[in-house]
Design a protein around this ligand. Sequence first.
Ligand code: PLP
Length: 394
Amino acid sequence: MNKTTVLPEGPDASGHFGEFGGRYVPETLVAPLEELAAEFAKARKDPEFQRELKEMRRDFTGRPTPLYFAERLTQHCGGAKIYLKREDLLHTGAHKINNALGQVLLARRMGKKRIIAETGAGQHGVATATMAARYGMECVIYMGEEDMRRQALNVTRMRMLGARVVGVTAGQKTLKEAVNEAMRDWVTNVRTTHYVLGTAYGAHPYPYMVREFHRVIGEEARTQLMDREGKLPDVICACVGGGSNAIGIFYAFLDEPKVRLVGVEAGGEGIKPGRHAARFQGGKLGVLQGSKSFLLQNSDVSAGLDYAAVGPEHCHLREIGRAEYTYATDDEALDAFSKLGKVEGILPALETAHAVAFAMKEAPKLKKEQILLVNLSGRGDKDVNEAARFLLKS
Ligand SMILES: *Cc1c(COP(=O)(O)O)cnc(C)c1O
């Protein structure tokens, strides 16, 4: 790998990572996206903004998150030492709040009074509603009606936090349609409203900005592991929906070619048309929701990892061979969910369980002195009923 092909801080001037990403949007959104990019660039260099972000991470969301040596899972798998980066311990239960906090602070700087977001499994909606409540801003969350049914607990949480949850009835009534509705709202209300996009995709500057708000995950993990083991991990894995928790933990290691980076997509019932959400397995290159990347044509996968597109920086990292992408099936993820609960006392989110499933397959292939770092992106409270339907049948 040629180091210089990866290392520029951000995408090029047109918002592309290699040939991916960019800004393919209606005319009305060009100026607001430029304004957002400019404000973000200023905020990054503003010590006052950085101070507030740092304080809120520490006192409100709960950073740094622990790095945990999963001793019993390691014994169970019989191979590399497995470490978990505990993003599941953050306020509201997943990494999503890293980005929601950053973007809501940015929205305040821009004088916006109204916050909108889309959500799939509801974690991003909850994180955004939480930050909007904290700063006294109006909040509207778009969610597919099918997802509302499947994730009723998170819908209630958002409402209790003062957000208005708008059910979307178009198409398959899931995340893709919710993103379209949020974009429509934004086009109409852009002067008063900031759209808190929930993952590292969409039009520039979102993929870049979202990565910047999540890169703290890898930066902390790198320091924590150096303190503890005196060396870098051999393999890092993370589940990939849009790609935000994965890029968040990968980014601090991009310039360490010996560290293998593995993204794990949702393989559903296996790689058959309509039965999985692994864009890199059966998807094709196209433009969706403002950005050029690998897309799924249609899917039937449960709320969580069924993003129609994968973030452009991941497409680029795969293209240049810096990161690899694989998948775990539903059955493997459920098995990992169950195993982590029983041997470590941690119930992961079902999304996260895809990364744990990969770790369980990979660890035995590695030597005992090697280190496998898993990004534990979220906790499983929201998923226990769904998981119980499969796991507690007998
Ligand atoms: C939303 C979510 C994901 C998927 O989103 P990414 O942007 O790919 O990280 C993964 N894990 C959890 C716990 C989530 O809530």
